[in-house]
Structures are given as C-alpha cells and as structure tokens.
Design a protein around this ligand. Structure first.
Ligand code: S3P
Length: 450
C-alpha cells in the first residue's frame, strides 16, 4: 500500500525535513493562539491596563493587536511576550481610520467582528487570499440579529466586508449552526455591549476560553449543560471589565507537532512544558494515548482559569483506530498531524465528522489527504471522514503544497523527520502565523530541517 514517490522541485520559501537521530530535550512552545487573541481583545474592552505575559507573537495575533490599536486601545510591547493594553471599555471602540487587516487569521477577524458589532462604528475587515475564501456569513447572521448592518461584502458574505455596528445592541439567544468557538465568541462579544442577557447554545461544546477569560476579567458568565454534549452560555451585558494580569500558557495545538514527532522518531524522549490542558483542547492527547502513545502528564497545575501540564513523550508503536466525530471540537486543529501519526501506525485510522476542516486556512481535509498521498501513504476521503491506511512507515520523498496553511506545513515537516526519504514543503513562511521559531525549536530537539 505504501507506494514510492519522487522528490519534486522546490518552489518559494521551501523547507525540507529529513530523518536523523532521536529527538531529546525539554522545550516550551509559544503561547496559546486562542488565548492570545482573546487577551488582546478583552484587554481592549477593559478600562485600565491589562498586562499580558507569554503572548504568542505570531503574525495572526500581531494583526489582532494592530486592529485593537486602530479601534482606540493602547497596545504596547514591553518585552519578549510581554504586552500591555489600555482599553476603551465595552462598547467603546472608536471609528478606525483604515481597513482592519487580519492576514491569515479567522479567529482574530471573527472575534473582532463580534466586538465591533456591539459598537456604533463602521469598520472594514480584510485578510489574505486564504482568509478571503473563508465563510463569514456564519458571523454576519447572528450579529445582524444583534443590530449590526452589513454595508458591503464580497460574494457569499466574504471579505473584504464593511460592517456597521449596532447603535442599540439587542441581546439575543443564538443556537450555533456548527460547533465553533469563533461563532460563539463573536456572539458573546457582541452581547457584552447589549443590555440584559445574551445566550449562546451549542450542541457540541467547543473550546471555552472566552467563557473562562471573560469570567477572569469580571464578567458574569453562566455555563450549563445542554443535551448530551452541548452547553448553554449566558453572559450579562454591559459589564465593567476589570484589568487583571493574563499569563498565556503554551499552545497545545503547537505542542502537537513536537509531540507527534517524538512519538514517531525512534529513541526520542522530550518534555513539553506549561502546555494548556483544557479538556476541550486535549482531544489529540486522548486519541494518541488510545493509539498506544506514551504521553505522561508530569505535573499539572492551573492559572488564569486554565489547566496546564508538563508532558513527557516517548517514542511509541501506534495502532490505527476509529476517532469519533464527537471528539472533533476538542481537536479540530490537530487532524493534519494526527493523520501523520496514523500514517506511521499499524492499521487503518478513520477520523469521522471532519466537515469543518474544509473551511479552515485551506480545505484542510483535501490538503491533508494530498500531503499523505504525495508521500506514498494511502488515504481516502469518504463523505466527511478521512481514512488513513498506516503501515508503520512512510516513504516520504514528496513536495507538499501548503495552500497558505501553517498546520499543513508543520505536519508535513513532522512527517519528513520519520519517513524514509525527505519531505519538502513549498512555503514554510506561513508557519510564522502561529508558531514563530518552529524550525529553531525543532532543531533544538535534534530535528534535521533545512
Ligand atoms: C478557535 C476556534 C477554532 C479553531 C481556531 C481557533 C478559537 O475555529 O479552529 O484555530 O480561538 O476560537 P472554529 O471556531 O471555527 O472551529
């Protein structure tokens, strides 16, 4: 099943990963992207000075910082990962002068749309070629009910688009059409500016950083179970958010790459420290353990309302398995790298219910399957499921098209560290959106990337 393929020619900003010695050492990956965006946005909605440490200084988050500045907040870097934000208060954004450019980031763009929707200002949102393809109607629908108006938008409600926020925002009850923390957060942020209670109901629980961090800033947020896997989240509008320090834990979605690399490269043992271990983000660890991975949580603690752990990872023989659709929200960003683990496992892995992967930074379902196939791994897409036939090894030797998707780029490079022949990605520059320093961190563990 594992066919041979040829190494293609390089194109722009390529990077190649080769099989080498064991990976060893202890590292801390950069700060969590979800919390970093939220720390800047919530800081901007707070009167007074919010101090943030461990902020992810990736392009996505820096664009959100620039947007907060354009909307009237004072956002200043005071050291490595150390930032301070002087906010304008809930509903206090000022009219921005230029276009708000979110680059590659769906999270930054959608959350800020929600926050703008509750303010009496007009703002134009734009992004790169990848973000311009992504659906924004899922945000425009609920914020229109809050009272915001779409002044102009590209076909299908896409970027660039101009939104006029509500003069008198209305508290709504909104059932999210897909499990999405971005939709939920946009509605809750719009609702902050409305009087009374805004309620979001989700049938599958998505990451709850907005709920936790808003509570940390002093908002009243009530979360109750809804159905088998869902939640009902109610936020009291017009709170006075109080500045509190935010310590951003390491990003589990970034930790996923060295984690899987250490599982696959023979003789490896690494420690990943201070990784956020919120149960709505640890689906990958659960799945890898079920596949036979040796991942040990060495110490566990809690800060800013989030659990954190140091993980020790040792090379493990993995076996394929069936990953239930209900787990998707807790590992939505981790499927490309799980697919790499599945390729090196013995047996078939079926990952169910991946519809949302089609609207990520790329059509991630197709890009993941292509990444595997070009490296000699047999993979199929059946409906919304990805099926990977693992045979304990992969030939590698492929050139992977990243399609402006950082997670495809990093997953492909992890593959190259364990495959028989090198794996090359066409554009490694996009990695800086979420994981600046990825090649250096991997090299510090012993990876051959050049
Ligand atoms: C995020 C939510 C997820 C995830 C993204 C970050 C967030 O997107 O894919 O990387 O910080 O809220 P969806 O909410 O669209 O699933």
């Amino acid at each position: 099943m594992c066919a041979e393929v040829a190494l293609n020619d390089a194109v722009s900003s390529p990077l190649t990963a080769r099989r080498g010695g064991a990976l060893t050492g202890s590292v801390r990956v950069p700060g969590d992207k979800s919390i970093s965006h939220r720390a800047l946005i919530f800081g901007a909605l707070t009167v007074g000075e919010t101090r943030i440490s461990g902020l992810l200084e990736g392009d996505d988050v820096l664009n959100t910082g620039a947007a907060m500045r354009a909307l009237g907040a004072l956002v200043e870097r005071t050291g490595e990962g150390a930032w301070r934000v002087n906010g304008v208060g809930v509903g206090g954004f000022r009219q921005p002068q230029g276009v708000l450019d979110f680059g590659n980031s769906g999270t930054g763009c959608r959350l800020v749309m929600g926050a703008v929707a509750g303010c009496p200002i007009t703002a134009t949102f734009d992004g790169d070629a990848s973000l311009r393809k992504r659906p924004m109607q899922r945000i425009l629908d609920p914020v229109s009910r809050v009272g915001a108006r779409v002044i102009s938008a590209s076909e299908g409600g896409r970027l660039p688009l101009t939104l006029a926020g509500a003069r008198d925002p209305i508290p709504i009850i909104y059932r999210t059409p897909v499990p999405s923390a971005q939709i939920k957060s946009a509605v809750l942020l719009a609702g902050l500016a409305a009087p009374g209670e805004t309620i979001v109901i989700e049938s599958e629980a998505s990451r709850d950083h907005t709920e936790r961090l808003l509570t940390h800033f002093g908002a009243t947020v009530m979360v109750t179970p809804e159905g088998e896997h869902g939640r009902r989240i109610a936020v009291h509008g017009e709170p006075e958010l109080a500045p509190v320090p935010v310590v951003v834990p390491a990003d589990p979605s970034s930790a996923a790459f060295p984690m899987v690399a250490a599982l696959l490269v023979p003789g490896s043992e690494i420690i990943l420290s201070n990784v956020m271990a919120n149960p709505l983000r640890t689906g990958l660890i659960t799945t890898l353990r079920e596949m036979g991975a040796d991942i040990e949580a060495v110490t566990i603690r809690s800060d800013v309302g989030e659990e954190m752990a140091d993980f020790r990872i040792r090379t493990s023989a993995l076996r394929g398995l069936d990953v239930p659709a209900a787990r998707a929200p807790a590992m939505i960003d981790e499927y490309p790298v799980l697919a790499i683990a599945a390729a090196f496992a013995e047996g078939t892995t079926r990952m169910r219910g991946l519809k949302e992967l089609r609207v990520k930074e790329s059509d991630r379902l197709a890009a993941t399957a292509d990444m595997l196939r070009v490296n000699g791994v047999t993979a199929e897409i059946e409906g919304d499921d990805l099926i990977v036939h693992g045979c304990g090894t992969a030939s590698g030797g492929g050139l992977v098209a990243t399609h402006m998707d950082h997670r495809i780029a990093m997953s492909a490079l992890v593959m190259g560290l364990a495959s028989e022949r090198p794996v090359k990605v066409d554009d490694a520059a996009i990695i800086a959106t979420s994981f600046p320093g990825f090649p250096a961190l991997m090299r510090s563990l012993g990876a051959d990337l050049s």
